[in-house]
Design a protein around this ligand. Structure first.
Ligand SMILES: [Zn+2]
Length: 315
């Protein structure tokens, strides 16, 4: 590594902790975005937690939805969405046949792990989970989780520890299915601090480590500045909580694409201010799940994002 990382410290580091959660939603994100982020992390001496959508890329369906809803990417969507999601990605599952994300690039998964990053699961079919989770039966949800875990084991050679719900969609059935599949922790929701999640009368048996910071598309969608590098970084620095755990979710399709320069500027500033840890390391530092605060998970709305996301209710 050309620049040394700050000492890791612990999740209780008094200066505060930053965890970078990298969601891989699409085939092109794993193929083209992931190598750019790997190079950046290597250069800055940062280890991140990656969650890969293991099954088919049917992003075309959701990309078309993006154009119909106002929240996602806000004002940028008309002029710039095709620069984030190339036309081939936008047509996946509509005019072009779906391609397999993880199975199409098994070497990339091993490359991410070999670089010292944490690697976990971001569901099987991102679009199906995002759009239909609320109506899925127990068997259907268990099928999504089980297929993803099985393929992960086949490609990576060990069981995944972390599960991150596609699109921050979460129900009592999905809490149960991820618990039953043997994951050690989850990152399904938006919230403030690690907790024991409960939905539809079911309390999870593993901890939830929520995303605490807004995503880049939310920051832009909420109209913070005109989106210059300096303005974006300033918007994030105002959100950072010193002395606490800060979890920032990025996407291989966005920060690993057109917004790589924005992300590098932000990461340099955050790295100088906070100790960096993986979500797995945070999970390992937590007390027993029964000792964590029990918090309900409900659908909530966020500035700059269309639709609802699973949100932690503070006790
Ligand atoms: Zn995702």
């Amino acid at each position: 590594m050309s620049e040394s990382a700050r000492p890791l410290g612990t999740a209780l580091d008094p200066s505060g902790v930053l965890a970078i959660k990298v969601d891989v939603d699409t085939e092109i994100g794993l193929r083209d975005g992931a190598p750019r982020l790997l190079e950046l992390f290597e250069r800055l001496g940062v280890r991140a937690s990656w969650y890969v959508t293991m099954g088919p890329d049917r992003t075309g369906l959701s990309a078309l939805r993006v154009f119909r809803q106002r929240g996602f990417l806000g004002k940028m969507v008309r002029s710039r969405a095709t620069r984030i999601y190339p036309w081939r990605t936008m047509l996946r599952g509509t005019l072009l046949p779906p391609v397999q994300i993880a199975a199409g690039h098994p070497g990339r998964l091993r490359e991410i792990a070999a670089a010292g990053h944490e690697l976990g699961v971001h569901g099987w079919d991102h679009v199906r989970w995002h759009d239909h989770l609320a109506r899925m039966s127990e068997d259907e949800v268990a099928g999504e989780v089980g297929r993803a875990k099985e393929l992960f084991e086949a490609l990576v050679g060990r069981a995944p520890e972390g599960f991150a719900a596609p699109g921050w969609q979460c129900t009592g059935r999905s809490l149960w299915a991820v618990d039953a599949a043997g994951f050690r922790y989850r990152s399904d929701t938006r919230g403030w601090f690690p907790y024991r999640p409960q939905a539809d009368g079911y309390a999870s048996s593993i901890p939830e480590i929520p995303t605490t910071l807004p995503t880049l598309d939310e920051v832009l969608g909420a109209g913070h500045g005109r989106g210059s590098v300096v303005e974006i970084s300033a918007a994030y620095l105002r959100e950072i909580r010193d002395g606490a755990l800060n979890v920032h979710t990025i996407h291989t399709e966005i920060e690993g694409g057109e917004f790589l320069g924005h992300f590098e500027d932000l990461l340099r500033r955050l790295r100088d201010r906070l100790a960096v840890a993986t979500l797995g390391e945070v999970a390992a530092s937590l007390p027993q799940v029964a000792e964590l605060p029990l918090c309900a998970v409900v659908p909530g709305r966020l500035p700059g994002r269309g639709g609802t996301v699973a949100t932690q209710v503070r006790p």
